[in-house]
Design a protein around this ligand. Structure first.
Ligand code: SAM
Ligand code: SF4
Length: 334
């Protein structure tokens, strides 16, 4: 019995030798913001509630993944905190044997009121999207208000999340004069900063490539003001970190375009409708919801996941075919 399970665990390795140990779990495709690089303005064509995986179904799929060796889950969306009772789900996932690391990505607009419950439910790490510290720019980028996000960030700190990571999408002509201000903000509040290159995902109505900024240049710019030394950060993600010498501040650079990291990709994404996406930048997918609703056994569910991993593509095509993926980031689960 043990050896059979052991075989399955080692076989959650894709055709390119990558061990899949991380699931991004989208609990909703809805969002109360409309970040222009993620969702088109006025977009409202969201998945119907009867297609959402229930918490029971979600827990079942994640349990199957943990049986196959997955150790990390990040709850995301859309905006995960617009899904009702999401702390009930996180508490249930936190009980799953083998799951070592439960984290959350949020726009933080609703975090103020949920931070403590999320922390108490077992989420240990949190990432907050914040591209600017200017309220007017924030409104232009997201369509939402800055102040609740800042309140949410402070609530996360008070609740005990450590580290609190800030995700800043670096955009030419939008926030490229704010990198040093964001570094100072993170130094002041003891946050970790991660910068992300804009990816051409979905047809949001805005040409994301127009705002693309090579983060190698941003790093160079920051090194003229700060002494940057090599840094490390736990988390299993693709960010390459530096540390500001003499401080605890780590800055991560996520460079899907200028230096793709597909060869070390260890993740898959489960969307709210139960579709398993094998790559953020490709269409390869397997629909698990019909299988769940047809009464698939636990063993066959694990088998379906193993078969899905066998079609994980080698890499995205963002450089060669920008705009190839038509679904939005909020749908796949960023
Ligand atoms: N709503 C949550 C949030 O904003 O953090 C979680 C979901 S969001 C899709 C996850 C991450 O994807 C965010 O950090 C966001 O900035 C990033 N993102 C969305 N669209 C992107 C794009 N076109 N290029 C780069 N990053 C993007
Ligand atoms: Fe919503 Fe996050 Fe997408 Fe912004 S990046 S629209 S907050 S899902």
């Amino acid at each position: 019995m043990t050896s059979k399970l052991q075989d399955k665990r080692t076989s959650l390795i894709d055709p390119f030798g990558r061990q899949i140990e991380y699931v991004r779990l989208s609990v909703t495709d809805k969002c109360n913001f409309r970040c222009f690089y993620c969702l088109p303005e006025g977009f409202n064509n969201f998945e119907q509630p009867e297609h959402w995986l229930t918490f029971d179904e979600t827990e079942r799929v994640i349990k199957a993944f943990t049986k196959l060796g997955v150790k990390r889950v990040r709850i995301t969306g859309g905006e995960p905190l617009v899904r009702k009772n999401v702390t009930e789900l996180s508490a249930r996932l936190n009980q799953l044997p083998g799951l070592d690391d439960l984290s959350l990505s949020t726009n933080a607009s609703l975090l103020d009121r949920h931070a403590q419950d999320l922390f108490d439910s077992g989420i240990s790490r949190i990432n907050v999207s914040l591209d600017t510290l200017h309220a007017d720019r924030f409104k232009k980028i997201t369509g939402g208000e800055l102040q609740p996000v800042l309140d949410g960030l402070m609530a996360a700190k008070i609740a005990g999340f450590k580290p609190v990571k800030i995700n800043m999408v670096a955009m030419k002509g939008i926030n490229d004069d704010e990198f040093e201000d964001m570094v100072e903000f993170c130094l002041k509040h003891d946050f970790t900063l991660r910068m992300i290159e804009t990816m051409p995902i979905g047809s949001t109505g805005v040409n994301a490539s127009k705002h693309y900024l090579d983060l190698q240049k941003v790093k160079q710019q920051l090194s003229e003001r700060y002494e940057l030394i090599p840094g490390v950060m736990p988390g299993g993600g693709p960010a390459r970190y530096v540390q500001v010498k003499g401080t605890d501040l780590r800055i991560g650079f996520i460079t899907p375009i200028s230096q793709h990291f597909c060869e070390t990709c260890n993740r898959v994404r489960l969307s709210v409708d139960g579709t398993l996406y094998l790559c953020l930048g490709q269409e390869h997918k397997v629909e698990l919801r019909p299988l769940l609703r047809q009464g698939i056994s636990d063993e066959d569910l694990q088998q379906a996941i193993l078969e899905a991993i066998a079609i994980k593509p080698e890499r995205h095509d963002f450089n060669a075919s920008p705009g190839k993926v038509v679904r939005f980031m909020s749908m796949t689960g960023g």
